[in-house]
Design a protein around this ligand. Structure first.
Ligand SMILES: *Cc1c(COP(=O)(O)O)cnc(C)c1O
Length: 311
């Protein structure tokens, strides 16, 4: 696909410890409601074209931003899209409704059988003469990492154009590809920015280890030296009861940003991490810094929250 323009960075009205807060609007990427999964998907579909694949196979839950975007782009190209989806998380959401609207073929199975089901589907497609392209859940993998190496460059370009320096980059960390890309960007440029991934679900040591593995996998793909876990700041203090859990402070944070800055966040990813960022800043007494938060998208989840959470 055509290379996209850099997403906007804007200053927030948020006040805490005399820090300046900025937000990078990856939620405004102009494909399928944007977000980090759109960033990654653009690179995956370039690769699909390169490899001449004619259908795509991926997996994720019914609320998956990744599956919505892959299904949307596949539909726009008239390409069949198969989504393996765990029965355990198959409630109706804005994303699941759109995935159906795009005509993706959903294959439900228990979470323990997801990997077997994927392999079976891929084999079946190959046997029928198709050339399927497999994308890991959440757009995990070196291409997904590349997407956020590119973002790091966008941030540095913004800094030199605007004469500003960001001391910290905060963002929601899930499967860890977004964080891995930012860390690789930071390592390749050798600058002093601190990248803090606020986990929305995974705990350490697993969560941080996956980020580190992604970093090293990317670095070895471009023939750079491996790094150790001291390069990874994966904060699991704010996951509460895990994926999808939230508290009143998160709801208040989301309301505040929506009202004061007009930006939607959600309880599963961005709102949770924004709240976690503020707690982290208080705990570590961070003052007088320029802080950039990356809005990784998930706008449809905001509307799920609106129906279920704010009643
Ligand atoms: C998937 C997702 C994340 C997590 O990104 P990873 O690269 O998996 O760490 C963060 N925010 C939103 C809105 C997402 O959909």
């Amino acid at each position: 696909m055509k290379k996209m323009n850099a997403t906007p960075i804007q200053k927030l009205n948020q006040k805490l410890n005399n820090n300046n807060f900025y937000i990078k609007r990856d939620d405004l990427i102009p494909i399928s409601f944007g977000g980090n999964k759109a960033r990654k998907a653009i690179l995956f579909f370039d690769d699909i074209k390169l490899k001449g694949s004619d259908c795509v196979v991926t997996y994720g839950s019914s609320s998956s931003n990744h599956c919505r975007i892959i299904a949307n782009i596949a539909a726009s190209k008239g390409m069949a899209c198969y989504i393996i989806s765990p029965t355990e998380s198959s409630k109706d959401t804005a994303n699941s409704k759109m995935i159906n609207l795009f005509g993706a073929k959903i294959i439900k199975c228990p979470v323990s059988e997801v990997s077997d089901t994927i392999n079976k589907k891929i084999k079946e497609l190959i046997d029928k003469g198709y050339n399927p392209y497999f994308i890991q859940g959440g757009g995990h993998g070196n291409l997904g990492t590349q997407a956020y190496v590119d973002v790091y460059k966008e941030i540095r370009d913004y800094e030199s154009n605007e004469g500003i320096h960001f001391d910290y980059i905060f963002h929601t960390s899930g499967t860890g590809t977004t964080q891995a890309g930012l860390i690789c960007g930071h390592l390749l440029h050798g600058d002093d920015k601190k990248i803090i991934g606020i986990s929305n679900a995974r705990k350490n040591p697993y969560g941080g280890q996956v980020v580190l593995n992604s970093v090293n996998s990317y670095l070895s793909s471009i023939e750079k030296e491996q790094v150790t876990n001291k390069e990874v700041v994966f904060i699991d203090d704010y996951v509460l009861d895990g994926y999808g859990s939230y508290n009143d402070d998160i709801l208040n944070t989301i309301k505040e940003i929506l009202i004061i800055d007009g930006i939607p966040l959600d309880t599963t990813y961005t709102g949770k991490a924004f709240w976690g960022m503020k707690e982290y800043i208080k705990k570590h007494k961070i003052t007088n810094k320029n802080i950039l938060f990356i809005h990784t998208g998930g706008t449809p989840l905001f509307f799920d929250d609106l129906e279920e959470v704010y009643e």
